[in-house]
Design a protein around this ligand. Structure first.
Ligand code: FAD
Length: 162
């Protein structure tokens, strides 16, 4: 599969002898292959509870995983179980999104009217793997829940977020 988007510079990790793949490989506590080194944010490839092993470039992820890694360093046993979202605004347009938004994927577009849309990105089994909320607010938790349930019936997606 061709590489899309930004490519992380992993030399700091590999030079330190850490396991690297698409990012610096960490476990559910954000601990690297060296038990005294943690990684968080853009650079970390971590096991997301919904999305599976992934690397994510979002502010929400950088902040939340950074805080979790800090607590883990201080002895917390908690796991990083937050599937992050991203947001952006451009003048009067705003959007939030969660999961895999990839133009190569099939989509199910729900037009909510007045320039508001929900776009579901579907995998090859028609399961949603990403949700774009275009001008739709306070719905990230619902979108996260839909990704966790992964319904295979596209019709089920309509009406879930209004
Ligand atoms: C143009 C652009 C637009 C974006 N827009 C959005 C958006 O709208 N919404 C959203 O959610 N996310 C957005 N992102 C992504 C978001 O900015 C990143 O996910 C987030 O900043 C990652 O934080 P981080 O702390 O993991 O990494 P970074 O912010 O990249 O911080 C890493 C730091 O490590 C330093 N560093 C690197 N190598 C070394 C080294 N060897 N030694 C010491 N220091 C080093 C770097 O200088 C940097 O300061 C955008 C990113 C870009 C580039």
């Amino acid at each position: 599969m061709p590489s899309w988007g930004a490519k992380p510079d992993l030399r700091l990790g590999s030079d330190a002898g850490l396991e690297v793949n698409r990012g610096i490989v960490v476990d559910e506590h954000l601990k690297t292959s060296d038990p005294v080194i943690w990684a968080a944010g853009d650079i970390a490839e971590y096991p997301d509870v919904i999305l599976g092993r992934t690397r994510i470039e979002h502010v929400d992820h950088a902040q939340t995983s950074g805080a979790t890694a800090g607590r883990s360093m201080a002895g917390s046993e908690e796991i990083y179980d937050h599937t992050p979202f991203f947001w952006s605004d451009a003048f009067e347009i705003g959007w939030e999104a969660i999961g895999r938004l990839d133009a190569r994927l099939d989509t199910e577009v729900v037009d909510l009217g007045e320039g508001r849309y929900v776009v579901y990105y579907l995998d090859d089994k028609s399961r949603p793997v990403g949700v774009l909320l275009w001008g739709v607010w306070d719905s990230v938790d619902k979108a996260r829940q839909i990704l966790a349930e992964a319904p295979t019936d596209r019709a089920e997606l309509r009406g879930r977020i209004v």
